[in-house]
Design a protein around this ligand. Structure first.
Ligand code: RP5
Length: 162
């Protein structure tokens, strides 16, 4: 049963949000991914967030763009940690999404990641790190991922003109 749920406001968010899925897959973490819109499917949002914990979900990754109320509205309905990913919007390049997600009033928390694909990938990584607190094998895989990243940088330090 997946412990991480990835939700997004629209099918159009998937090219960004699939980076979270790819990171979780690389780290061997099961996930579910679906569209849940705060303003187009508000009843589905409420039902999803209310039942997530009972369905075995431990971390929720929520991505949305524009007036991005999805992460905050999910957080309003569940005690589970919610990681918000601001999706890059056409009109304002995702600054609107970032501001919509990051400025949660005191008392209801959303952990906000960077705008776009880096934020989505890091949301997957952070979700894995949260689960890794109580899963030693997963923690070891995260350490190996980080070491491989370090080794790759150290092996390619010399810079040359093309
Ligand atoms: C938000 O509106 C979605 O999260 C998406 O980023 C944005 C645009 O949605 P579409 O018009 O592409 O469906 O709800």
């Amino acid at each position: 049963m997946p412990k991480v749920a990835i939700v997004m406001g629209s099918q159009s968010d998937w090219p960004t949000m699939q980076q979270a899925a790819l990171m979780l897959k690389e780290l061997g973490v099961e996930y579910s991914a679906r569209v849940v819109s705060a303003h187009r499917t508000p009843d589905l949002l409420s039902e999803f967030a209310h039942t997530a914990a009972d369905n075995g979900i431990e971390v929720i990754i929520a991505g949305a763009g524009g007036a991005a109320h999805l992460p905050g509205m999910i957080a309003a309905h569940t005690h589970l940690p919610v990681l918000g990913v601001p999706v890059k919007s056409k009109a304002l390049s995702g600054v609107d999404s970032l501001y919509s997600i990051v400025q949660m009033p005191k008392g209801v928390a959303v952990g906000t990641l960077a705008i776009g694909e880096a934020g989505a990938a890091n949301a997957g990584l952070l979700a894995a790190q949260i689960l890794g607190i109580s899963d030693k094998s997963l923690a070891d895989r995260i350490k190996a991922f980080r070491q491989a990243q370090t080794d790759k940088v150290l092996a390619n330090q010399e810079l040359e003109l093309p």
